[in-house]
Ligand binder design. Structure first.
Ligand code: ATP
Ligand code: MG
Length: 571
């Protein structure tokens, strides 16, 4: 199945900027570098955590570019660390890739290739290109040298082929304990590239693997497994992030020594976002220590987290396309992602009336017991979304923030004697307040002008404010979860010695409101739907919702700070 192309799925104003990866593939196609073979890419996550927004960039590149060149993309689990990997992660990764809008050609696992990788290791040993080393991990580190000093040979480096074969087979057969020896490639202990100083190919690990069980007690290292897995799958363009650039000579060395399909590795910049940590290890720590409610906590930068928060695959793809690719790591403002999300929701979200912090508003001259319905547009951006009827009656709720008994300067909302418009309904003028014995405001009484029905001025008189409302008798209640940034610092990885990134956690990243009142049309809202609560923000039902006990997440408030940043920068 082909992945969706960018042009089909993005908003018209978002054009994919050209990038060097596309240019390079185009050149390989033009020169027939791989003959008539199709362009083949792969997305190779390690199933040791949930995917995050950084992975979305890699996914869009791997799938998107292959698709542009009528190629194919495999989803390959890089499952060579049995201690950290789990089926739960394998499942979540598949779900998230599909949610982003992509379908893989083949589902593969590096562990599918364990036998082949083992046979190739035997081949390298026989060619005198690999040896079993008894040095400890610490000794190997010491012998490796530094960037300025060459390494020195291990005393085991010149073992005979027969001895190496015997020892390696016994490693595989489980005769030795963990850590007692390793298989190393015999390359060059004086190479200026530390990765080429006899890298470890296999280690002993008596651990149960989530797929192969206890079949193996030796496991290949990333560098030994990755390129060969690419080669087995005839991957033409193996795209990865820049930290692997120094590994590229080793990637090529294994493929050349084995004389197998010449996959090529190409590196691009990692996506980094302000106020955001994109490291599975740290995200796992947040989950395990209970700083968030789980991998899919709406404050998490995981795909499952932002999905639950109400982000959409369309917005993420448009964002990633707009960020582009380069050969230097940078950092992107989180506001830019939010801007793309607002843009998408502005087009698709149905407008509804909802009051987060209610204040009772009683219309003294509206007949008691009377009700009527006012017509409200579902989405002014999209006339085809139609209209709906919203009940109106004598007792309403408005936002507490929309009334001030003593208005500060430039406060144009409701205050005693002031007239405002209730959206799509009537003009009302506040008359008096009712307080409890402790002096707290309980309700506001007002009068309405029946001639202003629909919210239209009867005689050309103007009001400075239009407010949202819900009818008290008809409203439904809901819990509302408001999210702020999870970290207080633009770079959450910035902390003093002896501290951890946890010091940068925002203690106020979640606020729960339990008194909210919503228009009744929301009674059947389902997770996966998107709404704009007029004047308040974008919201979506949370999967915690039960019939009669709705829970909504705030995806984003309405205010678009990115548009401002961009304007300031003169962009
Ligand atoms: P983490 O550090 O979060 O564990 P990782 O790089 O170890 O990330 P993998 O599962 O190995 O995670 O990544 C799968 C693919 O996604 C790799 O090709 C990797 O280069 C890419 N990738 C990971 N993080 C990012 C990111 N922030 N931006 C772009 N690509 C990324
Ligand atoms: Mg990794």
């Amino acid at each position: 199945m082909a992945a969706m192309t960018t042009s089909e799925t993005e908003s018209p104003e978002v054009r994919t900027p050209s990038n060097f990866l596309r240019d390079l593939i185009a050149e390989d196609v033009r020169t027939k570098k791989y003959g008539d073979a199709q362009i083949q890419t792969r997305f190779p996550p390690e199933p040791n955590g949930y995917l995050h927004i950084g992975h979305a960039k890699a996914i869009c590149l791997d799938f998107g570019l292959a698709d542009e060149f009528v190629g194919k993309t495999n989803l390959r689990f890089d499952d060579t660390n049995p201690e950290k990997e789990e089926q739960e992660y394998v499942d979540s990764i598949q779900k998230d890739v599909r949610w982003l809008g992509f379908e893989w050609e083949r589902l593969c696992y590096a562990s599918d290739y364990f036998v082949q990788l083992y046979e190739w290791a035997l081949q390298l040993i026989k060619a005198g290109k690999a040896y079993v080393d008894d040095l400890t991990a610490e000794e190997i580190r010491q012998y490796r040298g530094t960037l300025t000093e060459p390494g020195k040979d291990s005393p085991y480096r010149n073992r005979s082929v027969e001895e190496n074969l015997d020892l390696f087979v016994r490693m595989k057969n489980g005769e030795f304990p963990d850590g007692s020896c390793v298989l190393r490639a015999k390359i060059d202990m004086a190479s200026p590239n530390l990765n080429m100083r006899d890298p470890v190919m296999y280690r002993i690990l008596h651990a149960t693997h989530h797929r192969t069980g206890d079949e193996w007690c030796i496991y290949p290292m990333y560098d030994y497994a990755h390129g060969q897995s690419d080669s087995i799958e005839n991957i033409t363009h193996s795209m990865c992030t820049l930290e692997f650039a120094d590994h590229q000579p080793l990637y090529r060395w294994y493929i050349e020594q084995l004389g197998i399909f010449p996959s090529q590795q190409i590196e691009f910049d990692r996506l980094n976002l302000t106020y955001t940590l994109l490291s599975k290890r740290k995200l796992l720590q947040l989950v395990q220590e209970g700083h968030v409610r789980g991998w899919d906590d709406p404050r998490m930068p995981t795909l499952s987290g932002i999905r639950r928060r109400g982000f959409t695959p369309e917005a993420i793809r448009a964002f990633v396309a707009s960020v582009g690719v380069t050969r230097t790591n940078g950092i992107v403002d989180i506001e830019m992602l939010e801007h793309f999300q607002r843009d998408d929701l502005n087009r698709r979200a149905r407008r509804v009336l909802a009051v987060l912090r209610p204040l009772k508003l009683v219309i003294d001259n509206y007949p008691e017991g009377q009700e009527e319905f006012v017509e409200v547009a579902n989405n002014p951006e999209d006339p085809s979304a139609g209209t709906r009827q919203v009940p109106f009656s004598r007792e309403l709720y408005i936002e507490q923030d929309d009334f001030r008994e003593v208005p500060p300067p430039k406060y144009f909302r409701l205050s005693p004697g002031k007239e405002v418009r209730l959206r799509n309904a009537y003009f009302v003028t506040a008359q008096r307040v009712v307080k409890d014995e402790r002096g707290n405001l309980v309700e506001v009484h007002c009068t309405y002008d029946p001639a202003s029905r629909g919210g239209n001025s009867p005689d050309g008189r103007k009001v400075k404010s239009t407010m949202h409302w819900v009818s008290a008798a008809h409203a439904i209640s809901a819990e509302i979860r408001l999210y702020e940034k999870l970290f207080t610092k633009t770079d959450p990885g910035d902390f003093e010695e002896g501290e951890s990134f946890l010091v940068n956690l925002n203690p106020n990243s979640l606020e729960i409101l339990t008194e909210a009142r919503l228009e009744p049309s929301l009674a059947n809202a389902q997770p996966g739907e998107h709404f704009q609560f007029e004047r308040v923000g974008y919201f979506c039902p949370d999967p915690d919702s039960k019939p009669g006990e709705l829970v909504f997440n705030r995806t984003l408030p309405l205010k678009d700070t990115w548009a401002k940043i961009e304007k300031k920068a003169g962009a």
